[in-house]
Design a protein around this ligand. Structure first.
Ligand code: NAG
Ligand code: NAG
Ligand code: NAG
Ligand code: NAG
Length: 439
């Protein structure tokens, strides 16, 4: 599957990027803290600031499931402290990785960096350390216990699938799922954890809305897509009612040429080079796609689940664009003072968050929960975590570019499950607290 993102050297949007980069780097210091405050206000992730190191007991003990929550709750009550788990640094973790290419079958070939001979293993041995607290390493039995009789869907593109496969591998220490897919289409998988009655599914929707390939070539030979900016992608919107959690994400496909439709008519495009069609830039389509996707969720009467926006995970092409020999050859994470969110990474992040907040406000009126799995900053710091050329055999005759978009498994994307479990545990604490307060 050709799922590589295209960062287009389109003159127009490049100038736009540059202008935006300048504008946004001026305001970044004021905007980002504000942003986090707002996020915290709506989606408080309160973490106990316990002095002990994160549980490296990866193994499961029989009473872990109850003790974990009870302990976190009591710590929380002892020293109530808010912590933004998404702001921090990567620190060495000699205990990682927690699975290997031979112990987990769920790794997509193109992300199987160990198998394809990536020489350095150091990129696997880091964990995320929030500035103000600890983020425990993922505990698979605790996660499965929390997910008993529940269901989780990944709605998005191949980076979303990358996360699902990481989660399957992390959970494999306890149990592998069985395949209950209702179609042979690999883009719509359905997995069942029998012992826990936990269902996990993936829905392929790289643009989140109704879209179709208009021309398999297009100006950049990577496809020209028709995006129907005001129409739902029914492939997923008709399927999610039953799910307790959906993790929605998107980004990399919006770099490709697109023609935008609204009200069944062409309103503009992004780098389509068609006569008489105005180039509105990718951000126009990106914002409307998220707006329409979130509106779809809010319009579903029977969907009672929690919507989790997994924010944009930056790619790391250096010394050239994706199609100009750009590559990602670093072997260590950045420290947070060595780089910053800027250019289109920042713009895509901001657009998502703005549309998210609108959706969250609307959702609250309808009793729907929206949360943020804010991976952008953590992943910005991981130029070392991509497959590069280790996503296939060196001798294989494939036309794959260096992959600096997806993430090696095992690799830094495994931390997304650390975040997810911590968020779910905090939800539990919130609901207990709400019961204590209002019960
Ligand atoms: C399994 O979980 C689903 C919800 O995901 C629930 O409707 C069903 O009753 C559960 N089955 C059993 C046997 O508990
Ligand atoms: C572009 O629009 C102009 C004015 O409406 C029209 O005369 C021309 O034929 C159009 N060109 C194309 C290629 O559609
Ligand atoms: C970043 O912070 C570290 C630790 O505080 C420090 O050693 C390093 O010099 C800083 N790097 C830059 C580029 O400021
Ligand atoms: C590699 O694939 C291309 C296109 O599929 C083909 O034209 C070429 O002959 C192949 N080369 C080798 C060495 O197999």
């Amino acid at each position: 599957m050709k799922l590589h993102s295209n960062e287009l050297p389109s003159g127009k949007s490049y100038t736009l990027h540059k202008t935006l980069a300048i504008v946004f780097s001026l305001v970044i210091l004021t905007v980002i803290p504000l942003l986090y405050n707002l996020v915290n206000y709506y989606s408080v992730f309160i973490v106990n600031n316990s002095p002990k190191s994160p549980s490296n007991s990866y193994s499961s003990s029989s009473n872990e499931k109850n003790d974990g929550v009870a302990e976190t709750l009591s710590n929380y009550q002892e020293e109530e402290e808010e912590c933004d788990i998404f702001t921090g640094e990567w620190i060495p973790n000699p205990n990682a990785p927690y699975y290997t290419s031979s112990s987990c079958w769920a790794i997509h070939e193109h992300q199987n960096c160990m198998k394809y001979g990536r020489p350095d293993g150091g990129f696997m041995q880091w964990r995320w350390k929030p500035d103000a607290c600890e983020l425990p390493i993922f505990n698979p039995s605790q996660f499965l216990e929390l997910m008993r009789d529940k269901s989780l869907a990944f709605v998005g593109d191949s980076v979303g699938r990358n996360q699902m496969q990481s989660l399957i591998c992390l959970l494999s220490r306890v149990e592998y799922p069985i395949d209950e897919s209702y179609t042979a289409d690999e883009n719509f998988k359905r997995w069942k954890y029998k012992s826990y009655n936990f269902t996990m599914a993936s829905f392929w929707t790289p643009h989140l809305i109704k879209a179709a390939m208009g021309d398999s070539n297009g100006p950049t030979k990577t496809g020209l897509f028709n995006l129907y900016l005001d129409e739902h992608d029914q492939e997923w919107t008709t399927q999610i009612d039953e799910f307790h959690y959906i993790i929605i994400s998107g980004g990399h496909w919006f770099f490709r040429p697109m023609v935008f439709y609204e009200n069944h008519r062409i309103v503009g495009c992004h780098y389509c080079l068609l006569p008489n069609v105005t180039d509105l830039g990718m951000y126009y389509g990106y914002r409307k796609a998220f707006r329409t996707a979130f509106k779809a969720i809010n319009s579903l009467k029977n969907f009672k689940g929690m919507t989790i926006l997994r924010t944009f995970a930056p790619s790391h092409f250096e010394n050239g664009l994706w199609n100009e020999g750009g590559n990602c050859l670093r072997t260590k994470p950045f420290r947070s003072n060595e780089t910053q969110l800027e250019g289109h990474n920042l713009e895509l992040y901001m657009i998502q968050m703005e549309e998210f907040r609108v959706a969250e406000r609307e959702g609250r009126k309808r009793g729907k929960k929206f949360r943020v799995l804010d991976t952008t900053q953590a992943m910005l710091l991981r130029p070392d975590g991509h497959p590069s050329r280790y996503g296939h055999l060196a001798t294989e005759n494939v036309t794959l570019y260096n992959d600096c978009v997806h993430w090696c498994l095992p690799g830094p994307i495994d931390a997304w499950s650390d975040f997810l479990l911590q968020m779910l545990k905090m939800e539990g604490i919130r609901s207990v607290r709400d019961r204590l307060q209002f019960g």
